[in-house]
Write a protein that binds this ligand. Structure first.
Ligand code: 5GP
Length: 217
């Protein structure tokens, strides 16, 4: 009801063939399929922006962009909210702040959350915070980040996640705004990386076995 959990992409959906879309030639052979084409990401993001505006419009918010993977989603989401602020009766004044996390080596989640260059977030006290994250897997990262942000006593915390993976035990920490619910496979593109590669790919794709081997460290 209402699409609260996002667009559901089933486990048995094979994805789109790479041949149906354009993508950088330097990644040929490195990808299995397209899971979410760029245009669909943009359309869904436009709707998420409207939902955020409906809930938070006329309040000031601090957008907390989770780097590096969240940068593209954050840029596009903020752009769509800006367009609504220009073209409707409501506005949503935004400040944008960045926090950098690191948790993956190759395609394996490492246990601990690293905040790279952790800084004092005490300016969040009493503010409405919108955390913008590209992907939620087990939810461990989001849980740890929420705890960290909560310790600075903001008035309100909302989370926008473009992708949520269907993995066991992640139901405890679902974003308030979800773009897509996807199968538990490692995806890249739209700023999501594999060892820093594939951020320069527009579509969200499944990496191939040979791609994993090629960029392994
Ligand atoms: P979690 O703690 O929820 O298991 O993992 C969350 C973090 O792992 C995300 O912030 C993201 O950086 C990374 N991650 C999880 N799944 C994927 C994936 O399929 N592809 C990429 N590139 N990163 C992922």
């Amino acid at each position: 009801v209402g699409g609260g959990g996002g667009i559901v992409i089933d486990d048995d959906w094979p994805g789109y063939s790479l041949d149906l879309f354009s993508y950088p030639a330097h990644y040929s052979g490195d990808l299995d399929c397209v899971v979410v084409p760029h245009g669909v990401i943009m359309d869904r993001t436009e709707r998420l922006a409207r939902n955020i505006m409906d809930d938070l419009g006329d309040h000031d918010i601090v957008v907390l962009c989770v780097l590096k993977g969240g940068y593209q989603f954050c840029v596009d989401l903020v752009d769509k909210i800006k367009a609504l602020s220009c073209n409707s009766n409501r506005t949503l004044p935004m400040r944008v702040h960045f926090i950098r996390l690191k948790s993956y080596l190759n395609d394996l989640s490492t246990e601990d959350l690293h905040i790279v260059g952790a800084e004092d977030l005490s300016f969040l006290a009493g503010k409405n915070v919108l955390i913008v994250e590209a992907i939620v897997g087990t939810g461990k990262t989001m849980k740890a980040l929420l705890k960290h942000v909560e310790s600075f006593s903001p008035k309100l915390i909302k989370v926008a996640g473009l992708l949520v993976k269907r993995v066991p035990h992640n139901s405890t920490c679902l974003p308030d705004y979800v773009g897509f619910e996807i199968p538990d496979r490692f995806v890249v593109g739209y700023a999501l990386d594999y060892n820093e590669y594939f951020r320069d790919l527009n579509h969200i794709c499944v990496i191939s076995e040979s791609g994993k081997t090629k960029y392994k460290i």
